[in-house]
Design a protein around this ligand. Structure first.
Ligand code: SF4
Ligand code: SF4
Length: 179
């Protein structure tokens, strides 16, 4: 009886020592937990709703060339966009104006065709209610103008709250960065 009770006591003390060793080892290790929701990390590979990628020259403008590939390929018909017609190139206007100098080409060299002006994006709306995050729009975009956002706080009370004006969002984010 005494032997059994001594054995149980020793076993309990051993278990306590093992537990204390684990605590001591981890006490000095760096903290790996984060203060969610104030801090959000480890979003590598997270696929949030799509967003527009800012252009390199002007962060308030998008890389979108309004080709409508994404609109056509989207299985949920979630994307709608508006774009203005391309403005006439300044060079073309200059050429058309009477009495202005024109650039001469060396003999035998053909004049390069004028570059097509890209249409300017006026609005780009995503109805996230119908998006299945298939990624077809991102893959089909020829100018790399779409990517997945890291927006993890997606909650609302009405469907309208999930209809995103992505161009305004891009402009707001650019202004926020400037401040
Ligand atoms: S991820 Fe798929 S469903 Fe969502 S907007 Fe893009 S193409 Fe449409
Ligand atoms: S596919 Fe890309 S470039 Fe074309 S309209 Fe969509 S976002 Fe713009």
């Amino acid at each position: 009886m005494i032997v059994k009770s001594l054995s149980e006591t020793l076993s309990g003390m051993w278990s306590l020592l093992v537990g204390m060793k684990v605590t001591a080892v981890n006490f000095k290790s760096p903290q790996i937990t984060v203060h969610y929701p104030r801090q959000v990390t480890n979003l590598d590979g997270y696929r949030g709703h799509i967003e527009l990628v800012p252009s390199d020259e002007d962060p308030t403008k998008s890389k979108c060339i309004a080709c409508s590939n994404c609109v056509r390929i989207c299985p949920g018909a979630c994307i709608s966009l508006k774009a203005s017609k391309p403005k006439k190139k300044a060079a073309e206007e200059k050429k058309a104006a009477p009495g202005t100098e024109t650039e001469t080409q060396p003999e035998g060299k053909k004049e390069a065709p004028p570059k097509k002006a890209k249409p300017e994006l006026q609005s780009f709306v995503l109805d996230y209610n119908y998006c299945c995050l298939c990624g077809l729009c991102v893959e089909s975009c020829p100018s790399g103008a779409l990517r997945y956002s890291s927006d993890v706080y997606v909650a609302g009370f009405t469907r309208q709250e999930f209809v995103y004006d992505l161009l305004s969002r891009l402009q707001y984010q650019a202004q926020k960065k400037e401040q």
